[in-house]
Design a protein around this ligand. Structure first.
Ligand code: ADP
Length: 330
């Protein structure tokens, strides 16, 4: 991954202050030179007028010529000044936007690195501890099963995480060969829901699935898409509220909806959440697990299927993710 130097907030504030100081200095210098040139222009015209001899028959004509020349120069200075000012503003806006987007990317990558370190270390540590306990102690059957279930959950999380990282980098680099095949989406949705129910027995998953909906899709990618959305519903909604997976066939497309009754997503965040590495809030104080790759990958998969993914509010609270997938993909 390309290494980007990360600017802490204070450095960014300093860079912004220097930027504004330089910009104001340049504009002030331009204004100063403009005034000086105008002054010089007027002085030159005055000198020329003083050199004229009053009883010269062409005196009036020469005065008019000098005044016209001075006026022309004044217009020229104004035109050049305005062009430079415009250029300075265009460049300033360009630099400002580039630096801001670089800073955002750097912050998101820093967040990602913090999240990924945590996300990789925790399941490994938990699985190691559970296996060591199983090896060292003779536990009763129910306790053994609990430890094995917890270890499996952690390894599943690791598996999902590595899948997300691998597939998104492969899709990004064009290294993943998509295979669009007629797939029974109804069956796929039911299987995903069952998998999630086994994985999270404390949560309540509800199917609302039309039978026999088939579409030409890459099965693995659609599995990843649905599993990421269900996983988010588990993460961001309380245990006792149902998570609904809906599948319906509409004209020429399949519509998949994942609804939860969780925290919901603020309006201003609704477009940002699909950006790579984007997570709402601050990584240092965040409690939920994640890397900010899930929804980015969902959007990429929907786009690659010539479909769409949108997010709306659930009623009375929570979130609905809707995916529209064309039934045919060539
Ligand atoms: P993460 O690994 O953080 O879950 P995602 O790309 O899957 O990354 O999601 C990006 C952000 O969108 C999350 O950090 C979370 O704040 C928000 N989000 C995603 N799904 C939901 C949801 N169902 N309810 C509330 N917030 C959500």
């Amino acid at each position: 991954m390309k290494k980007i130097r990360i600017l802490p907030r204070q450095q960014l504030a300093l860079a912004t202050a220097i930027y504004w100081f330089l910009l104001l200095y340049i504009v002030a210098a331009l204004a100063f030179w403009y005034l000086r040139l105008q002054q010089q222009n007027e002085q030159m015209a005055n000198y020329k007028l003083l050199e004229l001899v009053a009883d010269d028959p062409s005196y009036l004509k020469k005065v008019a010529e000098i005044n016209t020349a001075a006026e022309r120069k004044a217009y020229q200075y104004r035109g050049e000044g305005a062009t430079f000012l415009l250029l300075i503003f265009v460049c300033a806006v360009f630099v400002f936007r580039a630096v801001r987007s670089q800073f955002r990317t750097a912050m998101q990558q820093q967040n990602f690195m913090m999240a990924i370190t945590h996300e990789l270390k925790t399941p490994i540590a938990v699985a190691k501890l559970n296996l060591e306990t199983l090896q060292k102690h003779k536990l009763e059957e129910s306790r053994q099963q609990k430890l094995i279930r917890m270890t499996l959950q952690e390894t599943n999380r690791l598996n999902d995480l590595t899948n997300n990282i691998l597939i998104s980098s492969q899709l990004e680099a064009g290294g993943y060969k998509k295979v669009f095949e007629e797939t029974d989406l109804s069956q796929l949705c039911l299987t995903q829901l069952q998998l999630m129910q086994n994985r999270y027995p404390d949560h309540q998953f509800m199917p609302d699935i039309e039978a026999g909906v088939k579409a030409q899709v890459d099965e693995l990618l659609i599995q990843i898409l649905i599993s990421n959305l269900l996983d988010n519903a588990v993460k961001y909604a309380p245990k006792n509220e149902p998570i609904v997976l809906e599948l319906k066939q509409a004209t020429g497309e399949a519509v998949i909806k994942v609804s939860d009754q969780g925290t919901g997503i603020p309006k201003e965040e609704k477009t940002r959440i699909f950006q790579r590495f984007y997570r709402i809030g601050n990584e240092a104080v965040r409690k939920t697990k994640g890397t900010g790759l899930g929804l980015y990958l969902c959007k990429k998969i929907a786009d690659d299927h010539h479909g769409t993914i949108t997010v709306t509010d659930n009623q009375p609270l929570g979130t609905i993710f809707t995916i529209n997938l064309p039934l045919q993909n060539v």
